[in-house]
Design a protein. Sequence first.
Length: 598
Amino acid sequence: MAEAGSFAERVKQQADIVRVIGEYVRLKKSGQNFTGLCPFHAEKSPSFAVHPVKQIYHCFGCGVGGDVFKFVMEMDKVAFPEAIRVVAEKCGITIPRPKSSSPEERKENQQRTLLVEMHREAQTFFVQQVGGTPEGKAARAYLEDRGLDKDAIARFGIGYAPSGGDALLRFLKSKYKEPLLIESGLVSRDQSGGARMYDRFRRRITFPIASESGKIVAFGCRALGDDQPKYLNSPETPIYSKSNVLYHLDRAKEALRRADFAVLVEGYMDAIAVARAGISNVVASCGTSLAEPQIKLLSRFTKRVIVNYDPDTAGQLATERSISLLLENDFEVRVLALPAMNLTAGDGTKYSKNADPDLYIREMGVEAYTKLLKDAPPYVDYLIGRARHMDLSTGEGKLRAVNFLLPYVQKIPNRLLRSEWATRIAQQLRLEEPVLRAALSKAAAERRSGLKVAPELVGRAAKPAERRLIRMLAEADGFRRELAQRLSDAGLCAGLETEKVFAALIAANLAGGTIEATEIAAGLEERDRRMLFEILFEESSELTWEEAESCLESLQNRQTERALMEVQRGIEANPAPAEMRTLLAKKQELMRRLAAGR
Ligand SMILES: [Zn+2]
């Protein structure tokens, strides 16, 4: 909630959460934390804890938790802006007067106009580079290799930011003052605090990001080589806020109205691939999750969406979050989860690969993609498919699958339809229908307050190896990024109880920067937020890479076990001889792997 550089963030940095909460609750130091009697539920022994370093609180009894503002909001029953004021006052921080005098507004408008103009000039510069210099020629070769010919490069305004470090700066310097150059996000200042300025984008393919009206307000850039990060976009500026812009919307408007549905993809390469395939009604969220303002923007053109995100863990998580948000905004949602493709490498070996829309269209062709799009199932079918991949062999596992599905099912407005879905879920997950229906009507009754998960399910859901890895991803500054990469590459967190917590932490680590517990928590559902906080509050021994390795191994083994169970189920279904042979071979291989891993 506290945006970077905002007054709220400054207050949060300066406020001491122990002191603020200490005015409401008698706190006692206990290990690294402070504990006391929870002010939100009646209790005799303290289960309410405050973490002075992470600046968060959490109750192990009733599950409440958050940062200092959340505490004041809940305690004093006030809204966010009021909570900021209360905390600021308690900590003796001066509150700035609201500024909205008209000369200032005029100045800001003028500044925005200049920034848009500067982006237009930068676009001209980037476009000239492609094919215009030896470096630009290499960039064009790279694009051609990705299937983007001259026409496509021109159509989407794809450009190139050279490696020199100040090429764009030299181009712009004579026309714009230094503060404005920095404000644009196109130019950065030396991090050591010096006066030297340099281009933000170097040795990168540039994609212009336009506002709804077609004005270029930012750039999304992909590294040409193996430079990190792979994708680097413009920062938030006076003319660009990433949650307010949908990539390609400016060109998709007509097609959206005509087709009355949108294809929603993750990145600009995907949007370009889909648009080139003749499906112009495509937009990209440019980031893994869709934000509310983006949905509001889209809803002006259509209320029907086919979500086609990457099939990796982060993409699945983003898909689920987007479904929720879209449903809340009365969208009709379908989901296209592209199947893994079987490819042949240069040396003849066969392998299978997850496909994003760009890769899929390149490998399988426009027709295959269009057919999948046409047949994309309603979101409930997609979610049932996801639930079927959970471990359904135990009662607890089934309960988890139901709990995963219910919040979505209860958003189906039509009662008959809801009942139909209940039957299908019961059949597909082999649940007893009356049990499911009881859970459903209970959920419907709680519709307003949201679905509550029994508290005792939360704590023991995460196994020790998961808890330690989560802790490491949050705190082990020496190796947390490397760990995130390993977990992400190996896809070890799929299907885990803690999958969403992992996905959020992995994404934050791979994006770089510090890990803020409350920021991670803001993207999680209540139940996952509780799990994360409980883990962060545990007393911890030193976090080492050796321990990380052994935790990774344990996850690896569990993944193999799950695969084995799946194969076993296949064998028990008594398939045709050829498939049976394949399954038996697979079983042998998995058992070998399991034996080697122990
Ligand atoms: Zn409590």
